[in-house]
Design a binder for this molecule. Sequence first.
Ligand code: IPE
Ligand code: IPE
Ligand code: MG
Length: 248
Amino acid sequence: MENLDLSKLPKHIAIIMDGNGRWAQEQGQDRLFGHYQGVISVRKVVEAATEIGIQNLTLYAFSTENWERPEQEVTGLMTLFVDTIAKEVPDLHKNNIKLRFIGNLGLLPPHARAALENATTQTAQNTGLTLIVALSYSSRWELVEAAKNIATKVKKGNLNIDQISETTLSEALTTSDFPDPELMIRTSGEYRISNFLLYQLAYAELYFTETRWPDFRKEDLIKAILDFQSRERRFGKTSSQLNIDSEK
Ligand code: IPE
Ligand code: IPE
Ligand code: MG
């Protein structure tokens, strides 16, 4: 932790929490057991992010595609989400954490949606870490929604086609209130994005680890941030340009 450069922290970290099922199956347990253990990692990582001073943390908890999993796993996960939120909100609130949810929340059962809305309202005024949970989320769904949104504005005469910019698109996304992730972490040895924040990750640094999500702890988060801090983010420029810019 003391090796972290606090002036160079990523403004937003996004995590694909993968590997719960394999972690459980490797020890002869049901996949759901892995999801329950995964909640402990969420708690540890949220604590660590708060302690380090990260402003925005997005956790990919359930994708639109995950609805296609066996019914027993989907139902189990929904129960786990609702129970966890109900149980954790008081502590999150005490720690000044603001909760937000992104995704196609209309697909969630009404009681789950109510729990999310409750948690969002309760923590809305908090000024510490913003914890964004991507639930029933898919980036292609989000982009389609954004396109519809923008087209409606044009049709109604509230927006001129020539005025459509990158800002227009960013503002039409579910993440409009947050800066783009600067660091994206995926656990459990898969090297793909799986329909996560495709537009927003344009210039994120990607970090992959073999560690399964239920084993992921504060030290793993610190390792990922240290790796991020060792990288040269060029944004299309040359290395020497960056060195000149930093001397200005
Ligand atoms: C990630 O773990 C959690 C969710 C997708 C809900 P997985 O359930 O994908 O675990 P693996 O990848 O099958 O091991
Ligand atoms: C991505 O993990 C979604 C979440 C972590 C919530 P998956 O396990 O669903 O992704 P794929 O199927 O391996 O690409
Ligand atoms: Mg997986």
